[in-house]
Design a protein around this ligand. Structure first.
Ligand SMILES: CC(=O)[C@@H](O)[C@H](O)COP(=O)(O)O
Ligand SMILES: NCC(=O)COP(=O)(O)O
Length: 237
C-alpha cells in the first residue's frame, strides 16, 4: 500500500502572508491527519519562507502520524532533525535560493558526504530517505550511502504526463524495480497531483509513500482539504 504524506509548506505560506497565526499550521496538520493522511511532511528552508523551525518543533509534539522533515542537511537543519527525531528525514540537495526543489542528489559524487550524514541520523533511529532523479546509476550508488529509502523526484514525470507523454513514467518504473531489488524502500514526490497520481501508482511498483503538497493544497481550494485527501487516498489504494 502506498501511504500519503501531506506536505503542509503552503499552509505556512498562507499563514506568513499576514504575519499572524491564521491558518494555524499545527491545527491544520492535525485535521489533515484526522481526514486520513498517513503522514505530514515539511520542508523548513533556510530562509523560513514558509515552514519555520519553530513550526517543526510545534508540530513534533502534536502529530500522531509519521513526521517527515525534508531539507538540505546544513548544520542547523541537522541539529533541528536530531532535536525532533521524526520518523523520517529526507535529504534534498537544494540551493538556499532555490524557488523549490529542482534536482536530486548526485549519489556518486556525494557518496562519502551522504554516508556520513546518514549515519548520524541512523544512530538516532531516524529513517533516512534521499531525493534522487530517476537515474539507475544514482539509485545503485544510493545503496552505498546507507540510506533506508530513496525519494524519486517526480517533476519530470508530472511535466511529461501533462503533455500526454505517458512514456515519461518508464524511468520511474525501472528505477523502482532496481531499488526494490537492492533492498531500498521507495518514496516519491514533487508535482504529483490528482491528475497524474493514478497512472504513476499503476505503473511504478513498490512505492511505500508519496509526499504531496503544492497540488493538493491548491486542489483543496476548490474541493476542501477533507474531500481532496480522501480522493488521493482512494487513488492510492
Ligand atoms: C522535496 C520536494 O520536492 C518538496 O518537498 C519541495 O521541497 C517542496 O518545497 P516548496 O513547498 O518550498 O516548493
Ligand atoms: N517530497 C515532495 C513533497 O513533499 C511535496 O512536493 P510538492 O507536492 O509540493 O511538489
Amino acid at each position: 500500500m502506498t501511504k500519503l504524506s501531506v506536505n503542509i509548506n503552503k499552509i505556512a505560506t498562507l499563514r506568513n502572508a499576514r504575519g499572524g497565526n491564521i491558518p494555524n499550521v499545527v491545527q491544520v496538520a492535525k485535521d489533515i491527519e484526522s481526514f486520513g493522511a498517513e503522514g505530514i511532511t515539511v520542508h523548513p528552508r533556510p530562509d523560513e519562507r514558509h515552514i519555520t523551525y519553530q513550526d517543526v518543533l510545534n508540530l513534533s509534539s502534536a502529530l500522531t502520524t509519521e513526521f517527515n522533515i525534508e531539507g538540505n542537511p546544513i548544520t542547523k537543519f541537522v541539529n533541528l532533525v536530531l532535536q525532533v527525531k521524526p520518523a523520517q528525514v529526507t535529504l534534498v540537495p537544494d540551493k538556499e535560493d532555490a524557488i523549490t526543489s529542482n534536482a536530486g542528489w548526485d549519489t556518486v559524487k556525494h557518496k562519502t558526504y551522504l554516508k556520513e550524514i546518514i549515519s548520524v541520523f541512523k544512530e538516532n533511529n531516524i529513517r533516512t530517505s534521499i531525493f534522487v532523479d530517476p537515474d539507475p546509476e544514482m539509485i545503485r550508488a544510493a545503496v552505498e550511502t546507507g540510506a533506508d529509502r530513496i525519494e524519486l523526484y517526480t517533476e519530470a514525470y508530472a511535466v511529461s504526463y501533462a503533455k500526454g507523454e505517458k512514456q515519461g513514467v518508464m524511468p520511474y518504473a525501472e528505477c523502482a524495480r532496481i531499488a526494490h531489488e537492492l533492498g531500498l524502500e521507495i518514496n516519491a514526490g514533487h508535482d504529483l497531483s490528482l491528475d497524474n497520481i493514478k497512472y504513476f501508482k499503476q505503473q511504478v511498483p513498490h512505492v511505500d509513500e508519496v509526499s504531496i503538497g503544492h497540488a493538493l493544497i491548491s486542489e483543496s481550494l476548490y474541493t476542501g482539504l477533507e474531500k481532496t485527501i480522501q480522493q488521493y487516498l482512494k487513488l492510492l489504494k
